[in-house]
Design a binder for this molecule. Structure first.
Ligand SMILES: N[C@@H](CCC(=O)N[C@@H](CS)C(=O)NCC(=O)O)C(=O)O
Length: 164
């Protein structure tokens, strides 16, 4: 591993990996993007839950769970933080992140390209069965009041929260 750099082990089919990649790019934290391989699966098999993405730290250790990783990176790097300074706004930011983590990926399964990227298969394999069980509920939620207010905000402001 290149000295002093992180290795973000993921897949372009994983929204969580892409989220963390976008975050690290925005925060200008040096990292190498690596696709998960059989050998890396073996090297990271001790992680629980054993999912993508995995971040290999500069000291060689592997860690998972994108949100926990994002918060850990906040502790380790201070430039270009993504956490609002204001406490209550930071709380709302955390809620939105959690909401998007739980639901946005399910909605992504309805995107025109979902099948091509294997999102539906992945979701069904993981036991979510998005398309059959939660489909109508996901669609209703995506058109509900929270999401339309967010859309209205984002039409007029560049960001839902904060000024940058
Ligand atoms: N809460 C986890 C969720 C990660 C997750 O569900 N990853 C999916 C890919 S999007 C996964 O690893 N699926 C099984 C696999 O690809 O082996 C996180 O935020 O990192």
């Amino acid at each position: 591993m290149t000295e002093g750099r992180y290795r973000l082990i993921g897949s372009t089919a994983s929204p969580y990996a892409i989220k963390l990649r976008a975050l690290m790019r925005y925060r200008r934290i040096p990292f190498d993007w690596v696709i998960m391989t059989k050998a890396l699966r073996k090297a990271t098999e001790h992680l629980r839950p054993n999912l993508i993405p995995v971040l290999q730290y500069p000291d060689g250790t592997y860690r998972g769970e994108s949100t926990t990783l994002a918060y850990d990176l906040e502790m380790r790097h201070h430039e270009r933080s993504v956490i609002p300074d204001d406490g209550p706004v930071a709380f709302v930011c955390d809620l939105l992140e959690d909401l998007a983590d739980e639901w946005a990926v399910k909605l992504a399964a309805f995107e025109p390209h979902a099948e091509r990227f294997g999102l539906i298969d992945n979701a069904v394999w993981r036991g979510f069965d998005v398309a059959k069980t939660n489909g109508p509920r996901c669609i209703r939620a995506s058109r509900g009041p929270t999401s339309s207010s967010l859309r209205r905000i984002s039409d007029t402001h560049q960001f839902c929260l904060g000024i940058r």
